[in-house]
Design a protein around this ligand. Structure first.
Ligand SMILES: Cc1ncc(COP(=O)(O)O)c(C=O)c1O
Length: 361
């Protein structure tokens, strides 16, 4: 068996330890004689799996009791609709558009009410996070929406926007559990788990209870109401059971690693290694503005499309996978989520140095 260094933007690297454990339990989970994939979601065994997963997530993030944790489906994309369907009580919301995903969320919200774009960084191809200290927040806005880490453009909010007292809603798909978080600053935090937590197919939403009401957009389907899932502890219908089980294992792995402050340090170390090299490099240039750089997705280019393609190809051959940048930025992107090791980033930097030497002669 040989595993690559995986820098994919998502689905992405998972801790090897977790994968091994899951493999060992594949045919017989905890003496049940069956795989978690084959088990009723109403069984006692699964009930413990989902309850433990929720509790471990609550412990890791310090989620207060007045917040519900929901395990949902439909990808982050479904939240682009569920958020306005459930939370736009006055029919108004403000969006900060810092990338493709935030833009999609904003466009989707405009189907359900007045969705204002109150700040954008599209003028410079989303290469920065705009100043959000004094935005024209609508008096009637039900919430202010951000995408906290912009996976495609490699930018991240390092300071939350001043929402002027309005509820903050954040898509954290690509920075979930990458650092400690003060949950109370948000009304809702959600993300697809397929980057930092588990396999594709699960979305976790953490929502303050007072926001979960029956006052939703007219005719919102039952499955698209947060209340449906909150009232039944994410077991209204068949949940993505196997995915939740893997998420639970990752939560335990994170706890064992020392929790989110330790993970943050490790993530900062990895990012510093890579950005440090990029800042010195004569061949590679990072594309995100310095103060807006993401700790999770590091975008860079050589300035020559053919050389970029050659780099990605040679890296792949050397066991460094998933480095091709998103088509809207081009070049390269190294996603260095929680499960990507310091050793993997060191290997990448070493390879980049060698490539640079070869191509600057
Ligand atoms: C920040 C962010 N939001 C939303 C999405 C869309 O997620 P999904 O494919 O789960 O709908 C992605 C990426 O895939 C993302 O990176």
């Amino acid at each position: 068996m040989s595993r690559v260094y995986n820098f994919s933007a998502g689905p992405a690297a998972l801790p090897e330890e977790v994968l091994k454990e899951a493999a060992a339990e594949m045919l017989d989970y905890a003496g049940t004689g069956m795989s978690v994939m084959e088990m009723s979601h109403r069984s006692k065994t699964f009930d413990k799996i989902i309850k433990d997963a929720e509790q471990d997530l609550r412990d890791l993030m310090g989620i207060p009791d007045n917040y519900k944790v929901l395990f949902l489906q439909g990808g982050a994309h479904l939240q682009f609709a569920m958020v306005p369907m459930n939370l736009m009580k006055n029919g108004v919301a403000d969006y900060i558009v810092t990338g493709n995903w935030a833009k999609r969320a904003w466009k989707e919200a405009s189907k359900f009410g007045k969705a204002n774009c109150i700040a954008s960084s599209e003028d410079k191809n989303f290469s920065y996070i705009p100043d959000c200290s004094d935005l024209p927040v609508d008096e009637d806005a039900d919430y202010v929406y951000i995408c906290q880490n912009n996976t495609i453009y490699g930018t991240q909010f390092h300071t939350l926007p001043n929402t002027k007292g309005k509820t903050l809603v954040a898509d954290v798909s690509s920075c979930f559990l990458s650092e400690p978080v003060d949950v109370e600053k948000y009304g809702m935090i959600y993300g697809g788990v397929q980057k930092n937590i588990g396999p594709a197919g699960v979305v976790i939403a953490i929502i303050r209870e007072d926001l979960i009401t029956e006052d939703v957009y007219p005719n919102t389907p039952t499955m698209l109401q947060y209340k449906t899932h909150a009232d039944k502890d994410s077991l209204y219908n068949t949940p993505p059971a196997y995915g939740i089980y893997i998420c639970g294992k990752v939560f335990k792995w994170l706890k064992k690693m020392g929790g989110l402050s330790v993970i943050k340090e490790r993530n900062e170390k990895k990012a510093a290694l890579l950005y440090g090299f990029l800042d010195e490099s004569k061949l590679f240039t990072p594309t995100a503005e310095k103060g807006s750089r993401s700790y999770m997705n590091v975008d860079f280019v050589t300035g020559d499309k053919e050389l970029d393609a050659q780099f990605v190809k040679e890296a792949e051959e050397a066991g460094l996978s998933g480095l091709k940048g998103h088509r809207s930025v081009g070049g390269m992107r190294a996603s260095i989520y929680n499960a990507v090791t310091v050793e993997a980033v060191e290997a990448l930097v070493k390879f980049m140095k060698e490539f640079e030497e070869k191509h600057s002669r």
